[in-house]
Design a protein around this ligand. Structure first.
Ligand SMILES: Nc1ccn([C@@H]2O[C@H](COP(=O)(O)O)[C@@H](O)[C@H]2O)c(=O)n1
Ligand SMILES: [Zn+2]
Ligand SMILES: [Zn+2]
Length: 602
């Protein structure tokens, strides 16, 4: 990280619970490899993570234990570092590839577009050859057109120091939104495949490692778990998952545990196991009394991604911590950011706007801002003029918060990276259109933003007032940190942050924080624009009369759901009734345009 993003916090930390076998886990990094420039808690970049992994490897080797790195996908889409380049990923593929990852798989985001799955096939898989696993994922080779596994289905290897024999798989959940150049085989079908059934019958295994872009409390992981347990009732299993963007740890049985490590480079997951058999390098030979424990112990830690945590866990400091490799990767990141002009400012936000830290609707809700200000101010296709119109968007299209202050090119992508355009159906009876939102919001989980699952883990507090969580405290490096002074633990000095409760209890986070309040948001929102006013003085859509017909506009990502809901309401609109609205525009560009026109920096 650049000096300005140096460790900001002096918070009490829980140590890493080292074991015989240890993991560092990343997931859903979504292009945030520069770290969070506006949040010191998460300000370490991918170069710092490389230094961290190298330092922990040194430590592991000194102790004679093993350390493995895992990434479970969704590495792309969500940050200017990936999305602002042409082609997308021009810099991040190489930056990401600098980390030495032992087991890696694909997420759904790598597959939405043919271009990005081809990047996986042509660059990321060869870069991590032997370590990239695609247990249920095929691709049509872009050169030959032949259907092939994206990468090998599984791998078996023996750890360097302890000689633990590991059989690893790499799955993706039953994703259906992929472009037509890839094939995702359902997990329930894949586990019936001969290769899988043979693999799980291998008796010379000390640990099954199942990584997946899959949430921990899912049917998919449950099926894989049961399939393995049907053959091997006793062999320890470690699951490492992702996709729901949360910190989570689940116990499947006394020898099978699962970890999920958050999102957006906020969290580096640490997992350890002790008491495994070591058939690959027999400890029994070295120590005739050695016995694997009847019940190995599993332990987890969620590391806040900042240098303060990294220094603590390596017992190093600003001068001794960085490795040359890590420093070089940090330089690659800052040079890419400069070339992409990610710090260019479109305007200055007058306050914070939250996805889940404020109720919707409210003054601080990013969704209220979008529906009440941005969409009415930008959604107008000259070919339809000022016809009354209704815009529908999924809230999942908005991925991150806006902080008070400069709003940059980078922020336009962190808020909404997707290139989904807008489509519309002309002249839809308003009597039908006005009922759509309620139907869409009832139960369409595919539309949920990942953060919805995140919020759903929190106690539901739909009516709770927006709690003050001392954000200035998070954003401003404390005086003590800038001066590098030691800090004594005192509850009133705790900063707001993740306070995770999982199957292991509530001691998983490395940094002890005061909790943040999260709120549920609906799946979709609507914005009504240019409705006929009731009187000349009316300025709000709530002061309008109902039009008979409207243009129904929506982000194309939700078209199938909108058509389904229209069918449910007794109409018969088909794909052919829809047309492009505002050719070439997407949410990213609308937001950038609106900010430029409305948010001055004094
Ligand atoms: N073009 C797109 C693609 C995705 N979304 C939203 O993202 C969600 C999936 O993201 P994960 O990181 O959780 O895999 C999806 O459910 C949509 O909410 C989108 O809006 N537009
Ligand atoms: Zn994700
Ligand atoms: Zn995902």
């Amino acid at each position: 990280a650049q000096p300005s993003a140096s460790p900001p916090l002096s918070a009490p930390l829980r140590d890493l619970p080292w074991g015989q076998l240890n993991f560092l886990h990343t997931t859903d990094t979504h292009g945030w490899h520069a770290g969070h420039l506006q949040e010191p808690s998460f300000s370490a970049d991918w170069g710092d993570y490389i230094s961290f992994a190298e330092r922990l490897h040194e430590k592991a080797d000194d102790e004679g234990v093993d350390l493995l790195l895992v990434d479970t996908g969704d590495r792309i889409e969500g940050n200017g570092l990936y999305d602002a380049s042409d082609p997308k990923g021009k810099y991040t593929l190489e930056i990401f590839g600098e980390q030495d990852i032992d087991v890696i798989c694909s997420g759904n985001h790598e597959l939405y577009k043919a271009n990005s799955s081809n990047n996986e096939y042509d660059e990321t898989v060869p870069n991590f050859l032997g370590n990239y696993l695609a247990s249920n994922l095929d691709i049509f080779d872009p050169k030959t057109g032949e259907q092939r596994p994206l990468a090998q289905r599984y791998k078996k290897f023996t750890t360097k120091n302890q000689g633990i024999r590991i059989l690893a798989f790499g799955f993706l959940y039953d994703f259906t939104g992929n472009a037509n150049n890839t094939v995702v085989k359902k997990v329930e079908d894949t586990i019936k495949d001969k290769w899988f059934q043979q693999a799980i019958r291998d008796r010379d295994v000390d640990l099954f490692l199942v990584i997946g872009h899959i949430q921990l409390r899912s049917q998919e992981f449950a099926r894989i778990y049961r399939a393995i347990r049907e053959q091997q009732w006793d062999v320890p299993i470690q699951f490492l998952g992702g996709h729901t963007h949360i910190r989570d740890y689940a116990k499947y049985d006394s020898k099978a545990y699962a970890l999920e490590s958050g999102r957006y480079m906020e969290t580096i997951g640490f997992m350890s196991i002790t008491g495994l058999s070591t058939g690959g390098k027999s400890n029994e030979a070295a120590d005739p009394d050695f016995k694997p424990s009847a019940s190995p112990s599993f332990s987890r830690r969620y590391i806040d991604n900042n240098l303060f945590s990294f220094y603590h866990h390596t017992s190093l400091n600003e001068s001794t911590f960085p490795t040359e490799h890590g420093r070089n990767v940090s330089s690659m990141i800052s040079s890419a950011r400069k070339k992409l002009q990610l710090d260019k400012t479109y305007g200055c936000a007058p306050r914070d706007y939250w996805t889940n830290r404020a109720p919707y609707p409210s003054k601080h809700s990013i969704f209220s801002w979008l529906g009440d200000e941005v969409l009415p101010g930008t959604v107008c296709d000259p070919k339809r003029g000022d016809k009354p119109r209704m815009v529908l968007t999924n809230t999942g299209a908005i991925r991150f918060d806006i902080f008070k202050g400069p709003f940059t090119v980078d922020n336009s992508y962190t808020v909404s990276p997707f290139t989904s355009g807008f489509r519309y159906i002309k002249d839809v009876p308003f009597s039908v259109a006005k009922r759509l939102l309620q139907i869409l919001n009832q139960e369409v989980p595919q539309l949920w933003p990942a953060s919805k699952s995140f919020a759903s883990k929190m106690p539901a507090q739909p009516n709770q007032a927006h709690t003050s969580h001392g954000l200035e405290h998070v954003y401003q490096p404390s005086e003590q940190m800038r001066l590098g002074k030691a800090h004594t633990y005192d509850e009133k000095d705790l900063t707001p942050g993740y306070t995770t409760t999982d199957d292991g209890g509530s001691d998983g986070d490395d940094t002890i924080h005061v909790p943040i309040t999260f709120f549920r948001v609906p799946s979709c929102l609507e914005s009504r624009i240019d409705f006929p006013p009731t009187s000349a003085s009316a300025t709000h859509s709530s002061d309008s009369v109902e039009p008979v017909l409207i243009d129904l506009i929506y982000v194309d990502f939700i078209q199938s759901y909108v058509l389904l809901a229209l069918k449910f309401l007794g109409t018969d609109y088909q794909d052919g009734d829809t047309e492009v609205y505002m050719q070439g525009r997407d949410m990213t560009s609308l937001i950038a345009e609106w900010v430029q026109g409305h948010w001055d920096c004094e």
